[in-house]
Design a protein around this ligand. Sequence first.
Ligand SMILES: NC(=O)c1ccc[n+]([C@@H]2O[C@H](COP(=O)([O-])OP(=O)(O)OC[C@H]3O[C@@H](n4cnc5c(N)ncnc54)[C@H](OP(=O)(O)O)[C@@H]3O)[C@@H](O)[C@H]2O)c1
Length: 378
Amino acid sequence: MLGSTGSIGRNTLEVIAGSAGRLQVAALSAHGNVPLLIAQAAAVRPRWVVATDPGAAKSADWSGLPDETERIVGPEGLGRVAAEPEVDMVVSAIVGIAGLVGTWAALAAGKRVALANKESLVVGGGLVTQLARDNQAKIIPVDSEHSAVFQALAAGRREEVRRIILTASGGPFRNHAADQLAGVTVEEALAHPTWAMGPKITVDSATMMNKALEIIEARWLFDLAPDQITVLIHPQSIVHSMVEYKDGSVIAQLGLPDMKLPIQYALDWPARHEGVAARLDWSEAIHLDFEPPDGERFAALALGREVARRGGTAGAVLNGANEAAVAAFLGHRLRFDRIVPAVCAALENHNFDPNPSLDQLFALDRWAREEVERWIGA
Ligand SMILES: NC(=O)c1ccc[n+]([C@@H]2O[C@H](COP(=O)([O-])OP(=O)(O)OC[C@H]3O[C@@H](n4cnc5c(N)ncnc54)[C@H](OP(=O)(O)O)[C@@H]3O)[C@@H](O)[C@H]2O)c1
């Protein structure tokens, strides 16, 4: 369980606690929140805990760690626990490119990966999916939209798929005019209308960059052409995504916006068991609305499609620039409506390579962050 102290991590531990012993935790990891890591370890008694931030690990009181749990300090620990023979499955739920290290190690060791960290595929899609194939490792999506597509794909054959339809809540600014987006505050951007998530993905939802990342993620996960991926605004977040087949049938997966459902699906796949997620109440009227997104107000969508089409180094630059721009917005150094232009500028300025190495992608990630800082300072 990589990233156990985050929003996905805490939901995953709830799913495991409700699994009647079917699922057990071998290892947990955290970065800054070491007190929560120790409290989680006291509850689930894993074989290992990894504290990736040595500074936070040093200042923590470790007296509550169970005697049987081994403490590993530093990011190298992620690769070590992910490859341990007694680990069957790795939940990759660290936020940002930092999550790629654990995803990579798990796939290299031939493990099944329940993938929440979409950035792993955005940055290294081609290399990551090739690594999975080379090692007979399986990636099961945790992202609710991709989980929905994964489930709906079971209704037909791959060559019968016409397109997939990713739904988007539209975030808190769905009805804002372009000039209103300039004055958006951090507090407003962090107040998502339907999902409770970590801060970075919540801001990504507000800019629609999250949907851009999901277009790229879907391109690699399901081996689709970008023009086979349609985005639709669905404010209720009940239809999590759909697959349209050649004959015109559209197969959807529905549920309340509760990440415990796609998490449990990924952990139990291909089986289904009694679930702990909140359920739809069919005794009440349920309204489902759909509308096409306004591409002009939410320019991130076109960017996502373009990066999905180009592949190569474009994803690493988009992701690194976006992480830096979101951090600058959360630090009150960049206006909300400048996040996407900052990412655009970095993409335009980079030297594209269609077949990069993993080291090249990490180097470009660093370059994109510096480029955004230069752009902000200019
Ligand atoms: N939340 C959702 O509903 C949702 C839905 C779909 C996909 N996802 C994806 O799932 C991933 C996690 O999202 P989240 O919302 O759970 O994020 P989050 O609440 O911010 O949690 C992030 C986790 O990553 C750890 N972490 C942060 N920086 C790290 C670093 N440099 N090295 C190692 N660990 C680090 C954090 O540790 P500390 O807290 O100890 O610092 C925490 O455990 C993201 O890729 C996101 O896009 C999330």
